[in-house]
Design a protein around this ligand. Structure first.
Ligand SMILES: C[S@@+](CC[C@H](N)C(=O)[O-])C[C@H]1O[C@@H](n2cnc3c(N)ncnc32)[C@H](O)[C@@H]1O
Length: 384
């Protein structure tokens, strides 16, 4: 069994710390959790001898397992634990909204249980375990430069590895004729039907456009590629800003697209303002869900209410929005139309597309009925 050198206790005012006892000694280390999970209160040291049933039971009871065995075995253990969770019967729902709420409860419970298998990370993000993969680059991309040893869930590390691969390989965007490279925690245009809508909608002007909440920069890049001379792309998330700047530079568009940190709109007016806000009005379970969940429709309403004041006369605002929330009973179509009206906006036209991602046709998915009916629209809005 590998052991880690004793780490001096650190005040938890700087960052969260996890404490445990190992070989009769008190230990502590920095706790990392991108999902904002608190440090586990109980930690058991475990290795290859533990059975999946025992690991599952401990994790379900809230005990974290600090892994000291073989890295690949930990991966298999996690899969075996996931199978135990997935074969449990799901609660039957009496409405789409209830199905959505049950599904989210189930997902967060599943994440909590599977997040209980912990790995040690050295200060340089190497994993001091047998057959460990090299995650130094993936961790540096997500966390920034390493400084001291820490504990992190294996589940998070697997997510970081996946994100690193996406960032390296990029996502093909047919409408752009290029690849976009998403960063960890930044909304990825992997289900890119909406990009096709922005590629096809008639441009009201080639002079200037704002892209509100640019994420990877994909829509700003597309608008520039379509001939818009100057695009101002905004976001508030530092990872999105860095990601968008990198994609824009890679595509040779840095002279035409400015990526700026701001809440919604940059100063001034533009003849075209595009926004693809998070589409579900619900609380995010973790910070990395902010691109999907928009509590109380804050971004959607902020965009609509600020649009008229930022459009040039004759200009258009393009709102990209999935109607999944309507199929889940989380928003009414009338409420959306009333929000347009209250913001002094008229609908010029609407263009629709059906998502083609595999979950739209997976009838084992508890949200299947809503997903199968989902339509993503580009609403062309004009100020009255
Ligand atoms: C659904 S993602 C869309 C990203 C990108 N436009 C696309 O279409 O792939 C929404 C983006 O809006 C950003 N965002 C959320 N609230 C914002 C705000 N108040 N101001 C600017 N950007 C915001 C998020 O950080 C995220 O990158």
């Amino acid at each position: 069994m590998t052991t880690m050198d004793a780490i001096p206790a650190v005040p938890d005012t700087i960052y969260p710390v996890v404490n445990w006892t190992e070989a009769d000694a008190s230990r502590s280390a920095r706790w990392r959790s991108e999902s904002g999970a608190p440090p586990p209160k109980r930690v058991t040291v475990a290795d290859d001898r533990i059975t999946a049933d025992a690991a599952y039971r401990l994790a379900s009871e809230g005990s974290a397992l600090l892994w000291r065995g073989d890295f690949q075995n930990a991966r298999q253990l996690l899969q075996a634990m996931a199978r135990r969770i997935d074969r449990k019967p799901r609660k039957a729902a009496s409405s789409p909204t209830e199905a959505f709420n049950f599904h989210r409860q189930y997902q967060s419970q599943r994440a909590r249980t599977l997040g209980m298998v912990l790995l040690p990370l050295e200060a340089d993000y190497s994993i001091p375990l047998r057959r460990a993969v090299d995650v130094r680059q993936a961790c540096t991309e997500a966390y920034g430069p390493g400084d001291e040893p820490s504990l992190v869930s294996l589940r998070e590390i697997l997510g970081l590895i996946g994100a690193h691969e996406w960032r390296k390989t990029g996502v093909d965007i047919p409408a752009l004729g290029e690849r976009i490279h998403p960063h960890y925690g930044v909304f990825s245009p992997v289900r890119g039907e909406y990009v096709g809508l922005v590629a096809e909608a008639p441009l009201p002007s080639l002079k200037l456009a704002f892209d509100i909440g640019t994420g990877t920069g994909v829509l700003a890049a597309l608008l520039a590629k379509r001939g818009v001379k100057h695009v101002i792309a905004t976001d508030q998330d530092p990872r999105a800003l860095a990601c968008a700047r990198q994609n824009i530079a890679r595509l040779g568009l840095a002279g035409r697209v400015d990526v700026v940190e701001t809440d919604l709109f940059p100063p001034g007016r533009a003849p075209l303002i595009v926004c693809n806000p998070p589409w579900l009005p619900a609380r995010a379970n973790s910070p990395i869900e902010h691109a999907i969940y928009d509590p109380e429709s804050r971004m959607l309403r902020g965009f609509l209410n600020g649009l008229a004041a930022h459009l040039e006369p004759g200009g258009e605002g393009w709102l990209i929005l999935s109607d999944l929330a309507e199929h889940l009973g989380l928003r009414l179509r009338e409420t959306l139309l009333a929000a347009f009206d209250e913001a002094g906006l008229n609908v010029v036209a609407r263009m629709d597309t059906k998502p083609t991602h595999p979950r739209a046709t997976d009838d084992a998915d508890p949200l299947h009925a809503a997903r199968a009916a989902e339509v993503t629209s580009l609403w062309r809005l004009a100020a009255r």
